[in-house]
Design a protein around this ligand. Structure first.
Ligand code: NAI
Length: 258
């Protein structure tokens, strides 16, 4: 559908980097950006090349690179790869995050090493990727950054205090960077999804059983949320219709906050 109607060509000539792009929500976002005409670099711990092969087989412009977003060296190499392979960098989607692999636990039982790693990837990783792409976006005279937060940043959620705190930080970081990067023509916004049946989530029965029921009951639009439900919001922030919007977070959750 995105190839024909929904904004085909609106991102023509743009180069996008999607972190955590090898699977789940990230792969769905990468495909949607590419269908709108962007050339997309998928960055992930593993599997990015294979995912890019898949998108190329669909006739889309995609490349893959192995990168841990919590590594300063790797994020610099990721930004450089976008420029060497596609000639520039206009859009960064900070989607890589630790969520689907977590086991919900009361806060008094949360492991400190896990707390550190969740904050390191979800918050510091977002920060490092933003910093890494800055020179390339400045060379293009501007850019777009879309950070993937979560509805839990506003609503709270039991047994995932580290994750909830990390996604709250992503909302605040979005506002902070928007104030600094506007003068470079770089707009920074965030999309906060509700509980989404991504590949990663479907592999975690504890999450599917524990979260699916309550999140469905709390939703105005009473159906499962899929990665495709997020593509419109992300492509909007990445595209021409959002040219005067920065620092915002859009909650996409089928109406879970009424
Ligand atoms: P997922 O686990 O299916 O995919 C996450 C991807 O990020 C994986 O491909 C993983 O390899 C990659 N990744 C993890 N750590 C990384 C690192 N250090 N460097 C590079 N890549 C890394 O998860 P899902 O569900 O697709 O989530 C994507 C994003 O959406 C995450 O930021 C998550 O927190 C957020 N989100 C997900 C929701 C859900 O219900 N699935 C709800 C709200 C937000």
């Amino acid at each position: 559908a995105e190839g024909s109607g929904g904004g085909a060509g609106t991102l023509a000539g743009r180069v996008a980097v999607v972190t955590g792009g090898a699977s789940g929500i990230g792969l769905g976002l990468a495909r949607a950006l590419a269908r709108r005409g962007a050339q997309v670099l998928l960055a992930d711990l593993a599997g990015a090349e294979a995912a890019a092969d898949m998108l190329r087989a669909e006739g889309l412009a995609a490349e893959g690179i192995a990168a841990d977003v919590s590594s300063e060296v790797a994020t610099a190499a990721m930004a450089e790869a976008a420029e060497t392979r596609f000639g520039g960098l206009d859009i960064l989607v900070n989607n890589a995050g630790i969520y689907a692999t977590l086991t919900p636990k009361p806060f008094e039982e949360l492991d400190l090493a896990e707390w550190r790693r969740v904050l390191e990837v979800n918050v510091m990783g977002t920060f490092l990727c933003c910093r890494a792409v800055l020179p390339a976006m400045q060379r293009r005279g501007g850019g777009r950054i879309v950070n993937i937060s979560s509805g839990v940043a506003f609503k709270g959620n039991p047994y995932m205090a580290h994750y909830v705190a990390s996604k709250g930080a992503v909302v605040s970081l979005t506002r902070a960077l928007a104030t600094e990067l506007g003068r470079h023509g770089i707009l920074v916004n965030s999309v906060a999804p509700g509980f989404t049946l991504s590949e990663g989530v479907l592999r975690n029965p504890v999450l599917v059983e524990g979260v699916k029921g309550p999140s469905l009951r709390g939703r105005v639009l009473a159906r499962d949320m899929l990665p495709e439900d997020l593509t419109g919001a992300v492509c909007f922030f990445a595209g021409p219709d959002a040219a005067f919007i920065t620092g915002q977070t859009l909650v996409v959750d089928g109406g879970a906050y009424f």
